[in-house]
Design a protein around this ligand. Sequence first.
Ligand code: ADP
Length: 398
Amino acid sequence: MANILLVLNAGSSSIKFSAYDADTDDLQLVTRGQVEGLFSAPRFAAYNARGEKSGEHAWRTGDTLEHADAIAHISAYLRGLGVGHRLKAVGHRVVHGGAQFTKPVIVTEHVLNELERLTPLAPLHQPHNLKPIHIIAQRHPDVPQVACFDTAFHATQPEVASAFALPESLTRRGVRRYGFHGLSYEYVSTQLPNLPNLPDGARGRTVVAHLGNGASLCALDAGRSIATTMGFTALDGLMMGTRCGNLDPGVLLYMIDELGMNAREIEDVLYRQSGLLGVSGLSGDMRTLIASEDSRARFAIELYVYRIAREAGSMIAALRGIDTLVFTAGVGENSADTRRRVCEQLAWCGIDFDEQANVARGPRISKDTSKVGVWIVPTDEELMIARHTRNLTSVTRG
Ligand code: ADP
C-alpha cells in the first residue's frame, strides 16, 4: 500500500494542497488543489497529475469556512480517493524561520512555540502558515509534520548581504534581510544540473528571477544563495502584483507626517494597493495588463521590466558577473514578452537572446553563441517541501 505525503501551503484566505505517492523515487503527484475564499465565498478544486479537474465544490456565498473546515474537506477528498488513511507525513510551507531555522525541521511542541515567536517578523503570513500544523497535530498526533521555510535557503548569504546599515539596537532585535521564495530558488538550483546542453559554469554564477504575484531575484553562487532582493519582509526589491518593492523609507515618514496615515493604512497601500495594480490602476495580474491598450497598463509593465533589469544589475554585481539567467514562476514561465524585454535591457552583460526559442518556451532562450545562458525553469515549491518532508521523516518504500 502506497504512503501518501501531503504538502500544505496555507494563507490568510486559502489552503493549497499537494499529495504525493511517497513510494515513488521521484515523488509522483497524486492530486493537488486548493480551498480558496475561506472567509468570503469558499470554493474547492482539485486536479489529478495530468492537470485535469478531479473534484470541485462551492459553498453558498456568505458561508465562511475556517482553516480547520478546509482541512477537513481536503482530508475527506483524499479519503474519497482511497488515500487518506495512508497519510504518513505532512509538510508545510512556513514563511519565516528567523535566524534560528536555517533548514527544514520536524515539528515538535518546542519548535511550534519558537515559530509562533517569529510572528512579529511576518504578521500577515506566519499565523496562517502555523494554523494547519496545530490542526493536524490535534487530529493526527501520530503523523509527523515538517516545517519548510521561505527564508532558510538564504541562510548562506554573507553578513554584508543580509545587514541593514542600522544601529545595533535594531539589528539585535532581528531587523536584517532574510529573503524569501527560498523553496523556489532551492528547487531551481536542484534543476540546474539537469538542463540539457548545460553551458560551462551554469552552476557558477546564476541569477534566478522568480516572477509570480510576489517577485524577487536571487544570486546563486554554485547553487548557494549569496544575495536576494527581498529583505526583512516580502515587500522589498522588485515591483510585484500589488506590492511596491524597493521604496525610499522617507516615503513612509511622509505618509505618516504629512498624510496622517496609520500603520494599517500604510500596510494596505504597500502590500495591496501598489505594484502593477497601483501603477496601472487596472489590475495586478500581468495577463490583464498585457491584454490592455491602456497607457497606464503599458507604463506599469515598463516599470516592472525596468525594475527587474536594474535589480538584476545589483545581483550581477554581488556575483561579480553572470553565467546563467533563469526565469521562473507565473510571469517568468509564461510571459514571453516580459522575458524578451528583460533580456533586451540586460543585453549589456552578454545575453544573445533567441526570440524563436523564447516564443517556443525554451527551455533555453539564448543562442548557442551567447556568453550568458538564459533558461526557463518551471518551479515547484510543493515538490521541494515534499522532498524535505520525506528526507526528514524517512517515509520510504513499504
Ligand atoms: P503566486 O506568486 O501566487 O504563486 P504565480 O507564480 O502563479 O503566482 O504567478 C501569477 C502571475 O503570473 C500573475 O500575474 C499572472 O498574470 C501571471 N501569468 C500567468 N500566466 C501568464 C501568461 N500566460 N502571460 C503573462 N502572465 C501570466
